[in-house]
Design a protein around this ligand. Structure first.
Ligand SMILES: Nc1ncnc2c1ncn2[C@@H]1O[C@H](COP(=O)(O)OP(=O)(O)OP(=O)(O)O)[C@@H](O)[C@H]1O
Length: 380
């Protein structure tokens, strides 16, 4: 798709549009739309010939009813989109004008006017079908124009992207011209957050803040300046309040305390500094420390490291039903496996360990452990 700078050739001088519409006179007015008034006009086929009596074409001039920067985005989108697509069932763009406060879009004039004029008239069934078919042809062109005329799952880009992500075959949908440039960890961060955006359940989709953060991380991996990254968040990105327990370069995880039943109520950490100083003040969830279920403790050996984390995201039932929370956690280390804690329900998750080594946790918590993610020290 073209950028607005590349569309300079479509610019029409405001002076020419005024001449074509008799200075937007009422006699040229043809209709009022949601964004402004539309006028009929005669524009020379080459606008530089306005006053020379050369051949003209009939146009519909939409004068947008906007002030200052208002509507600028919609204006640009309409021009960029329409300039990229040409089809019998789509109105054609002739050009545009943006001078002073005026924003004007010039279309080819459709002699029969707008479809809404006909919908309330006595149409036959054949005419109804022809109208539907015309609209379908226009939409089909828009849908299949951004990936070819495929007759399989490739017709729908979001569906295709989900499938290829799940199959681990993203390579197949990345443009060959950029495939070789992309660093593996940059693509992993990018595709993981993109996949979450395509969640069918709207509530499971990430917030824009998280998307921004993950794209920034992906970029930093690509340009090679990333030392620490956040993976996740799994669970709810809106429930409870955010918390973070990132290990400092002189700290090590000594103990994890988990309050669990059918889901995880809370999680607590004790860290140790290399000088021997213990810090056990980091407790998250359980509505301020209250117990909900069984309390389990994992005490790590001096040379024990977390090498894998598995979990599930479920939905609470009972008195406080309907909250998306972490329902199960299991920690693998270089020595043993701790867990599982909680109950295996809902959607599984695991930490992509190839991105780095364990460097802490973050998440969201209130009455439950609503969400959990990990800090990883990147191995670039
Ligand atoms: N290309 C065109 N050719 C002929 N008449 C047009 C053309 N474009 C618009 N019109 C007329 O101007 C009226 C307003 O059009 P416009 O597209 O602004 O309104 P709309 O259908 O409400 O769409 P929008 O929501 O984009 O404003 C239409 O009902 C139609 O009568």
């Amino acid at each position: 798709m073209a950028s607005i700078k590349e569309l300079d050739y479509l610019k029409i001088p405001l002076e020419d549009i005024k001449l074509a519409t008799n200075n937007f006179s009422d006699t040229c007015f043809i209709g009022q739309g949601g964004f402004g008034r539309v006028y009929k006009g005669q524009l020379p086929i080459s606008s530089s010939t306005t006053r020379s009596g050369k051949p003209t074409t009939t146009v519909a001039v939409k004068r947008l009813d906007v002030k200052g920067g208002q509507g600028q985005h919609e204006f640009l989108i309409e021009i960029v989109m329409l300039s990229s697509y040409k089809h019998d069932n789509l109105v054609s763009l002739i050009g545009f004008s943006e001078e002073g406060d005026e924003k004007i879009i010039v279309y080819e004039h459709e002699v029969r006017g707008s479809l809404d004029k006909y919908l309330a008239t006595d149409l036959t069934w054949v005419q109804c079908l022809q109208i539907c078919l015309g609209a379908a042809r226009g939409l089909n062109y828009l849908h299949s124009g951004m990936i070819g005329n495929y007759d399989d799952e490739r017709r729908f880009l979001s569906h295709l992207a989900r499938l290829r992500f799940e199959e681990g075959k993203l390579d197949e949908i990345i443009l060959p011209s950029i495939r070789k440039q992309i660093k593996t960890n940059s693509l992993q961060i990018f595709s993981r957050i993109a996949y979450q955006c395509l969640e069918m359940d709207r509530k499971q989709r990430p917030t824009m803040a998280l998307i921004m953060e993950q794209l920034q991380t992906s970029l930093e991996f690509q340009i090679g300046c990333r030392r620490m990254t956040r993976i996740g968040l799994w669970g709810s990105s809106t429930g409870g309040s955010p918390w973070s327990s990132q290990l400092g370069s002189n700290q090590k995880l000594r103990k994890i305390m988990i309050d669990h039943e059918d889901w995880i109520y809370s999680i607590g950490f004790t860290t140790e500094e290399f000088g021997g100083l213990l810090d056990s003040s980091q407790h998250h969830g359980g509505a301020g420390g209250k117990s909900g279920g069984e309390i389990s403790e994992i005490i790590f050996d001096a040379n024990e490291e977390i090498t894998g984390i598995l979990g599930t995201v479920g939905v609470t039932t009972g008195r406080y039903a309907g909250y998306i929370v972490i329902s199960l956690l299991c920690f693998m280390t270089n020595k043993t496996r701790h867990g599982p804690f909680g109950k295996k329900t809902g959607t599984p998750f695991s930490v992509p360990w190839e991105l780095g080594s364990f460097a802490g946790f973050y998440g969201r918590a209130g009455f439950y452990l609503d969400g959990l993610g990990c800090y990883l020290k990147a191995t670039i």
